[in-house]
Design a protein around this ligand. Structure first.
Ligand SMILES: O=C(O)COP(=O)(O)O
Ligand SMILES: [Mg+2]
Length: 226
């Protein structure tokens, strides 16, 4: 078991780490596609496009039907429609993964400060955290549109370190995808991965990290403030 010492804060990813949001993505994308006259896509297809933010998701789901220049013509219409549909169902087809609240509570009990850093837009993220009873755990919440760059860029993680007045090596990022791991490595943070989320259809075992934990509760056991 990996033991991470001298950790003072944890940065937790949202989609695929705290919440299984596959159902929300599936419903909102297919409602948007129906408006554009496109056939529905399977949930698994959509989920493999998740992880690099909403704009990337729109481009990927349009690329199923359109060539690149044609897809660009529909991009704004797709994004507006998707945003409206997502906000209308946000959280209705999503569920907490096992051990999430217990894990966050255990981290808090150890004296860790917590931040949520997701590539989801902030306008989707805050109501979703509220709805699922997670908002209160976090001192800081950043979305994919909070900064000019999102994960796998280290920018949002470095801002959290600054906010907390900590060196990156005192902070662990926990997430389900290579975006989380690459951002953490580039920032100089430690990183743990969970194996149950969305990693673009690829094995999380191929991602460079400090370890894989089955739940956030297990992650909490592996983190020490001393
Ligand atoms: O919305 C996404 O692309 C994924 O968001 P995440 O960073 O919470 O996994
Ligand atoms: Mg994720």
């Amino acid at each position: 078991m990996t033991q991470l010492n001298n950790i003072k804060a944890a940065i937790i990813d949202l989609d695929g780490t705290m919440l299984d949001t596959a159902g929300d993505f599936h419903v909102a994308v297919n409602r948007m596609r129906a408006e554009l006259g496109l056939e529905p896509l399977a949930q698994e297809t959509i989920v493999n496009f998740v992880g690099k933010g909403t704009e990337n998701l729109m481009r990927r789901v349009l690329a199923v039907d359109y060539a690149e220049d044609e897809a660009e013509q529909y991009f704004k219409q797709a994004l507006d429609s998707y945003t409206e549909h997502y906000l209308a169902i946000n959280g209705d087809f999503s569920a907490l993964y096992p051990g999430v609240k217990e894990g966050l509570q255990a981290m808090k009990d150890k004296g860790l400060r917590l931040a949520c850093v997701t590539n989801k837009p902030v306008s989707f993220t805050l109501p979703l955290l509220d709805k699922k009873g997670l908002r209160g755990f976090f001192d800081v919440v950043y979305g994919g549109d909070s900064f000019p760059k999102k994960k796998p860029d280290p920018m949002p993680l470095l801002q959290v370190c600054k906010d907390f007045g900590l060196a990156p090596a005192q902070v662990v990022a926990i997430g389900d995808s290579s975006n989380d791991a690459q951002a953490a490595r580039a920032a100089g943070c430690r990183v743990l991965n969970v194996p149950y989320g969305y990693n673009h259809g690829e094995s999380i075992h191929d991602v460079d990290s400090d370890g894989i934990v089955q739940t956030l509760f297990e992650a909490a056991q592996q983190i020490s403030v001393d």
